[in-house]
Design a protein around this ligand. Structure first.
Ligand code: COA
Length: 332
């Protein structure tokens, strides 16, 4: 295999969550549900909701937070990749809208659709562009306004999701002991009917009937997804550890996609990790789809818990099905 010229490292991070909160008490007031059921089955207490604006606003705010926190010149950004399943429009790409909003005058970019695995897929592409020596600054953003595709009369799904965005900047480093080390990515289209939004694309363009049939909302077979997600995320995380001869002691943190605390705990158990080695913030934000993993990274980094040299396993499972596990060494 051809040796990469550089290692791809995260040099800057940023995040944005809207102020409006839907807590479990809110859902108790509009649905037949209760706080205790939601917490015990999912681990979620609150989610953030964007009342005005779209995914490009979430993504731009996360990028601007990164730019401000790390004193980055937006005109030096080469590429913008947005992982999302809730683009502002089918086209143009949300990346174009973000490029304009943050003043990244020299950047090109595109959107990537891989649902809950979207951030890790986009991160992989971003790292490849940097490792090859082609580009110096690639901005990868996970952003989703899930509230735009959620049916708030469906108690099976609406309690799970929230809105948010988080960004990382990837740059080259000559020190190969830090940055992206290894990864396993996969898709299996046989899962296509377990979690999807049926309407609005070329198969079912919007009509009065597609609206009446609620085809523009997220649909999920919760039990089916739960079963494969528990096994899928645990298996791929364990496989990546094995592949890299890592023991539980070597891992500083598992950074899991935040869909359900029970899926997170099962993955940690399979990897032999204690609770203090698992990044969790699902109680505050719910499932923000492409944003969950970078939101964890930013919060733990800013709290001083994530340190240079820490070995991290980032893992996700989602609609498609899609899955990803990525081994990085934190570099800042
Ligand atoms: N409040 C109260 N009861 C609820 C409820 C709610 N918000 N939502 C569902 N229920 C009910 C169901 O209707 C069902 O009742 P029934 O048996 O009378 O039909 C009962 O609770 C149990 O449902 P079940 O599906 O067994 O619950 P569960 O333990 O599987 O938990 C999910 C439901 C959705 C939390 C769980 O399946 C899940 O997390 N799935 C995967 C979600 C996920 O990860 N999605 C993203 C993938 S990236």
């Amino acid at each position: 295999m051809k040796e990469n010229k550089y290692s791809a490292i995260i040099t800057a991070v940023g995040m944005y969550v809207p102020e409006k909160i839907y807590d479990n008490a809110y859902f108790e007031s509009i649905l037949d549900t209760n706080d205790q059921w939601i917490i015990s089955r999912t681990g979620i207490k609150e989610r953030r909701i964007l009342e005005t604006g779209a995914t490009s606003d979430l993504a731009s705010n996360a990028a601007l937070d990164l730019i401000k926190a790390h004193d980055v010149d937006p005109e030096e950004i080469d590429v913008i990749i947005i992982a999302t399943v809730t683009p502002d429009m089918l086209f143009p790409a949300t990346a174009c809208l973000v490029q304009e909003k943050i003043g990244a005058k020299k950047a090109w970019g595109f959107d990537l659709s891989a649902a809950c695995s979207g951030f890790l897929f986009a991160f992989q592409i971003g790292c490849s562009l940097v490792e090859s020596g082609q580009y110096n600054k690639v901005l990868v953003i996970g952003a989703d306004k899930m509230s735009s595709i959620i049916d708030y009369t469906d108690r099976n799904t609406c309690i799970l999701f929230g809105d948010g965005a988080s960004a990382v900047l990837i740059e080259p480093s000559e020190d190969k002991s830090v940055g992206l080390q290894d990864y396993i990515l996969g898709v299996d289209g046989s899962g296509k009917n377990a979690l999807y939004m049926k309407g609005g694309g070329s198969l079912y363009p919007p009509t009065h009937k597609t609206i009446d049939d609620k085809m523009h909302y997220l649909y999920q077979d919760g039990k089916a997804v739960f079963k494969v997600a528990v096994k899928g995320m645990a298996d791929v995380s364990y496989e990546l550890m094995q592949k890299n001869n890592m023991s539980a002691e070597d891992v500083a943190f598992l950074v899991p996609h935040q869909a359900n605390l029970r899926i997170i705990n099962a993955t940690a158990e399979r990897m032999g990790l204690s609770k203090d080695k698992v990044m969790v913030n699902i109680e505050k934000y719910g499932n923000t789809t492409a944003a969950t993993i970078p939101l964890c990274l930013v919060e733990y980094y800013r709290d001083g818990k994530l340190k240079k040299g820490d070995k991290l396993i980032l893992s996700a499972f989602g609609a498609g099905y899609t899955w990803a596990s990525t081994y990085i060494v934190w570099a800042i």
